[in-house]
Design a protein around this ligand. Structure first.
Ligand SMILES: Nc1ncnc2c1ncn2[C@@H]1O[C@H](COP(=O)(O)OP(=O)(O)OP(=O)(O)O)[C@@H](O)[C@H]1O
Length: 279
């Protein structure tokens, strides 16, 4: 088997002041593939994503192994992480409004990010920016380059964030609900761009979502999280054959277009599932 992009063993995370771990015993590997992490709100999906980028400065993170390519994440200092974040691993968040500087033109922000990671003149960085805006299907890159964040739509903002991230050529991308604020057609375009990254550039992609239908159609494999633990890992195509009662409950709670109208099931949560730890 090819070397994984990411290898996580027995990850536990406790927020400062909390009396219990918000994430416990989480283990998984990520190859050059699309891995979905699903689970209801509060199950720990985003906490896992942020821990991988070491964006939880006050939380206590322990693990038997946290290996990203040639980097042991358990040993990296914040100084080293500053060189890794944004360059070798990136995160895309739900709402680009919070990630873009509101008082700087978007093109400049993209170009400056490029110049932070690579030696380039301003003119070279601008040319790279325009080419990348075009690559993420922004129709009039010259015009969009000069807009401020409040002048662009959510879908365009998300594509600009992706362009910014792509210029750094990362090996790992963690997308935390990247399309939940977008309408259906823009959502499909953004997913297609992410798909292209995995297919053409061989990156590892983690897609955090509460939308089972989205991960079923988009991802290769899926981790199901419940109460800070991974209760089941499946191929996305096998999702409908899930064994764990929590996963079955999540599936039953999904409305499906075309189904006869009936009451949706209420999600069952049993205390004994919180004790299980799956590798
Ligand atoms: N900054 C924080 N300080 C303390 N506890 C936190 C913090 N952030 C999250 N938690 C707790 O950690 C647990 C996991 O939260 P997390 O946000 O990772 O879940 P999630 O599955 O991503 O949920 P959502 O889908 O709503 O984003 C929750 O119990 C939450 O209350």
């Amino acid at each position: 088997m090819e070397k994984p992009v990411l290898d996580i063993r027995n990850l536990a995370i406790r927020y400062a002041g909390a009396s219990r771990d918000s994430v416990r015993g989480v283990s998984f590997t990520l190859g050059r593939e699309r891995l979905g992490i699903v689970g209801e709100s509060g199950s720990g999906k985003s906490t896992v994503g942020r821990a991988i980028l070491k964006l939880l400065p006050t939380a206590q993170i322990t693990a038997d192994r946290m290996q990203f390519e040639d980097i042991d994440l358990l040993k990296t200092s914040e100084r080293e992480m500053l060189k890794i974040r944004g360059r070798r691993m990136s995160m895309i968040l739900q709402d680009p409004k919070y990630s873009l500087n509101p008082i700087q033109r978007v093109g400049r922000q993209v170009a400056e990010t490029y110049m932070r990671h690579f030696p380039a003149t301003k003119a070279e960085a601008k040319a790279k920016t325009l080419a990348m805006l075009e690559a993420v299907k922004i129709r009039d890159p010259e015009r969009v380059h000069d807009l401020y964040p409040h002048e662009i739509s959510g879908g365009m903002g998300q594509r600009i964030m992706i362009a910014m991230m792509l210029l750094a050529e990362p090996e790992l991308v963690i997308a935390d609900e990247p399309t939940s604020a977008l309408d259906v057609t823009v959502r499909l375009q953004v997913l297609e761009i992410l798909n292209g990254l995995v297919r053409d550039r061989g990156i590892g992609l983690i897609m955090i979502s509460h939308d089972l239908n989205l991960v079923r159609n988009f991802c290769d494999r899926v981790l199901i999280m419940f109460d800070g633990q991974v209760v089941e890992t499946l191929r996305a195509s096998e999702l409908d054959n899930a064994q764990h009662p929590y996963t079955r409950g999540l599936l039953a709670a999904q409305p499906r277009i075309g189904d006869r109208r009936k009451m949706l099931s209420v999600l069952d949560r049993r205390p004994e599932w919180s004790q299980e730890v799956t590798a």
